[in-house]
Design a protein around this ligand. Structure first.
Ligand code: LHQ
Length: 261
């Protein structure tokens, strides 16, 4: 059985982390496959929305620590290389994916697994899910975008405590703090996520890609720079078939039929 399942159906690519016996912890090979599928989803025009989720009781427990134990006297590992080659490309691929990424956090999300979940565009968690910035427990810092995303989502005081105390944050608290979009009952998660993804897959894909660009550029831009970026992206969006269709549908009082072009 493969550790990352990949399926494309009705415009939605679903990547499922599938190593439930190890709480879907990442090995190097598994991350390589994950990155390949993210790339496939990005370039396939038939794919208009992406879902990330996990099998079993976890979303992902981060790096497989069995792969990473260091005995006294061993040459220390270069964790920076592992981030550079595998984790950072995954996070960049999710954030720059030119289509919406919905994350269905089906259970515990720890370490890099938590931050991969939080890097999605719309994150929905099962009520039993938890987010654990487990890094400090093993002497590390939140990686995979954690030190960027957390202060922006929850503010510096909470981000600092979450990183240093490494305590589990339950799904409802995560929603209350602004880390995620919504919480649903565990048995509803697959349907809610599939429903959101199919709604997005029928949407204005180029417009969504532009929304991502604008939103993700925002923290690094001044107000004036952001106004300029909005002008440029809106100019592009205004040339899309979906803009034409959206306005025509509005005027004709009918639902739009977006092509994603
Ligand atoms: C695991 C793991 C795991 C192996 C559970 N590995 N087996 C990037 C760059 C390069 C290197 C370093 O790291 C990084 C980024 C990172 O992700 S660092 C952070 C790595 N992750 C963690 O530190 C989390 C470790 N796991 C946990 O804290 C707990 O397992 C959580 C909170 C996820 C869940 O707790 P429980 O629900 O109590 O489950 P459990 O601890 O009993 O785990 C179940 C099984 O899964 C168990 O195996 P076993 O054979 O005893 O049933 C665990 O050993 C295994 N497992 N996480 N990361």
């Amino acid at each position: 059985m493969t550790d990352v399942l990949f399926r494309i159906e009705s415009g939605v690519a679903t990547l499922t982390l599938n190593r439930p016996g190890k709480l879907n912890a990442f090995t190097a090979e598994m991350l390589d496959v994950f990155n390949i599928h993210l790339h496939e989803a990005a370039i396939d025009e038939a794919v208009r929305a992406v879902v990330l989720t996990g099998t079993g009781r976890a979303f992902c427990a981060g790096q497989d620590l069995g792969d990473r134990s260091v005995r006294a006297g061993d040459e220390p590992p270069d964790l920076g290389e592992s981030l550079e080659k595998r984790y950072n490309p995954a996070i960049r691929a999710i954030r720059s994916m030119p289509k919406p990424v919905v994350v269905g956090v089906n259970g515990v999300a720890a370490g890099a697994g938590a931050n991969i979940a939080l890097s999605g565009d719309i994150v929905v968690a099962a009520r039993s899910a938890k987010f654990v910035q487990a890094f400090a427990r093993i002497g590390l810092i939140p990686d995979s975008g954690g030190t960027y995303l957390l202060p922006r989502f929850v503010g510096l005081p909470r981000a600092m405590a979450v990183a240093m105390l490494a305590e589990p944050i339950d799904a409802e608290t995560a929603q209350e703090w602004g880390m995620i979009w919504s919480v649903v009952d565990d048995d509803e998660l697959p349907d809610v996520v599939a429903g959101l993804a199919s709604e997005l897959a029928a949407g204005p894909t180029r417009g969504f890609a532009a929304i991502k660009k604008a939103m993700y550029a925002s923290p690094g831009n001044t107000f004036d720079e952001q106004l300029d970026l909005e002008r440029d992206l809106q100019r592009e969006a205004g040339r899309s078939d979906d803009y034409r269709e959206g306005v025509a549908a509005f005027l004709e009082k009918r639902p739009p039929k977006f092509s994603g072009r």
